[in-house]
Design a protein around this ligand. Structure first.
Ligand SMILES: Cc1cc2nc3c(=O)[nH]c(=O)nc-3n(C[C@H](O)[C@H](O)[C@H](O)COP(=O)(O)O)c2cc1C
Length: 213
């Protein structure tokens, strides 16, 4: 992807976890992101506010003060130390964009969440809904939204994406690329702990393959 040499196509999707107390990234994020890093992997950080007016939820990280920037550094260093490529997802309410303007500005990647279901609670898929975007956008195209190992592979095989981002599965499986490689069973995610403030529970205590079998 651009100048970045990725070793596999399993991306950590951006996941808001609401553990950056008072909008400052915390040391527990070092372990969390580092657990989810493998050599040559792409990680997209949780949505990160660019100003104090950008905030929509409490305890989400920011990157507009010196303190926040300094607090990100050990987290980024830990990801780099394990050979990961780390992008910050900058966020502001009201952001708009489209593929033509993305091309014009030479944007490296475009990450889109597929509306997989036509109606809430109905398991009727809307297949290939991002294909027009994929065709219009010249850079690296990353899809997300309800993918598992099998249909992620299918999207790649059919050239509907360059990379596949995983949210809930990666949240619950720090070694997701390894598990996909081995076709190993996955830990189940616990929705109850997605957004709790705890710095460990449901955050860095999901077991790796070695300890879960
Ligand atoms: C706990 C949680 C937090 C999320 N936070 C963000 C976020 O900060 N930015 C974003 O673009 N998407 C966010 N998403 C969407 C995910 O990046 C992903 O697109 C979505 O979970 C669908 O992928 P999945 O089916 O593999 O989980 C979040 C999803 C979950 C479950």
């Amino acid at each position: 992807m651009g100048k970045f040499d990725l070793s596999h196509r399993v991306v950590l999707a951006p996941l808001t976890r609401q553990k950056s107390y008072h909008n400052v990234p915390q040391p527990h994020a070092i372990l969390y992101y580092s657990q989810r890093t493998s050599q040559g992997s792409l990680l997209i950080a949780e949505a990160t506010g660019v100003s104090d007016t950008a905030q929509g939820y409490p305890d989400t990280p920011g990157i507009w003060t010196k303190e926040q920037v300094e607090a990100w550094k050990p987290i980024v260093d830990a990801v780099h130390a394990k050979g990961g490529v780390f992008f910050c997802q900058i966020w502001h309410v009201g952001r708009v964009s489209n593929s033509e303007s993305l091309n014009k500005y030479g944007i490296l990647y475009c990450h889109m969440v597929e509306p997989r279901m036509q109606k809430v609670g109905e398991m009727q898929e809307t297949p290939h809904s991002l294909v027009p975007m994929r065709k219009a956008f010249k850079g690296t195209f990353i899809v997300a939204g309800g993918y598992d190992r099998e249909d992620g592979n299918k999207a790649l095989a059919e050239n509907r994406a360059d990379l596949v981002a995983y949210g809930r599965h990666f949240l619950a499986n720090p070694d997701l690329p390894k598990r996909f490689e081995l076709n190993a069973p996955l830990n189940k995610y616990n929705r109850q702990t997605f957004y709790i403030s705890d710095p460990v529970i449901g955050y860095t205590d999901y077991p790796f393959l070695e300890t879960s079998v």
